[in-house]
Design a protein around this ligand. Structure first.
Ligand code: GRF
Length: 199
């Protein structure tokens, strides 16, 4: 990311988009455009009915839905996704609850500018069902991790983390809500730090 260059941020979602909204709101509240030349320019989803798309439109953002079921394979979908993302000339591509395994071609294309949030304290509990697995393992603490995306799923450089307690009586629903409230703090914080450090 270079100083004086407009830094376009594109966010990819599949679901409710609460992390996306937290990032957009933080970017406005903290004046990222004036301070870092950065703004969220578009939200893309592989699910046309993702509630996060309407939320993004309410926030005044351009949205695109690209239904992965309309493509013959992962490579074809990712090629279309790259084309849709690159229309916005992004400095940073932010995965926020984007529930698709990405091809190595996609990851390579965005090397150094692709980040994700994962709902566990990596390197523990890569993959799915992180909250239930943390409870089943008897963890006293859980949390979330913002990390760079590399070819190795959920293994890229850790950029930020937040920790929450696992409380007696927790189930995956109560624990995920506690973790999600921290995701909304840690994800904008990690992005802002990237913008500031790599400005
Ligand atoms: C978050 O818990 C994120 O960590 C996980 O999916 C969830 C997305 O939530 N990958 P939202 O769509 O941002 O509300």
């Amino acid at each position: 990311m270079r100083a004086g260059v407009n830094k376009n941020i594109v966010i990819l979602i599949s679901g409710s988009g609460s992390n996306m909204a937290a990032i957009v709101q933080a970017s406005r509240r903290q004046h990222w455009e004036e301070r870092h030349g950065a703004r969220v320019v578009a939200v893309l989803s592989n699910k046309p009915d993702a509630p996060g798309l309407s939320l993004a439109r309410e926030l005044g953002l351009a949205t695109t839905a690209l239904d992965h079921r309309g493509y013959p394979n992962r490579e074809a979908f990712d090629a279309a996704l790259i084309a849709a993302i690159d229309r916005h000339a992004p400095t940073l591509v932010v995965l926020a609850g984007f529930m698709r395994i990405l091809t190595s071609g996609f990851v390579a294309h965005y090397a150094g500018r692709l980040i994700n949030i994962h709902p566990s304290l990596l390197p523990a509990f890569t993959g799915l069902h992180t909250h239930q697995r943390a409870i089943d393992a008897g963890c006293c603490f859980a949390g979330c991790t913002v990390h760079r995306v590399t070819h190795d799923l959920d293994h890229g450089e850790i950029l930020d983390q937040a920790v929450v307690p696992v409380l007696p009586g927790d189930d995956a629903t109560t624990l995920s809500a506690r973790v999600l409230s921290q995701e909304h703090i840690v994800y904008p914080r990690a992005i802002e730090r990237l913008l500031a450090n790599e400005g």
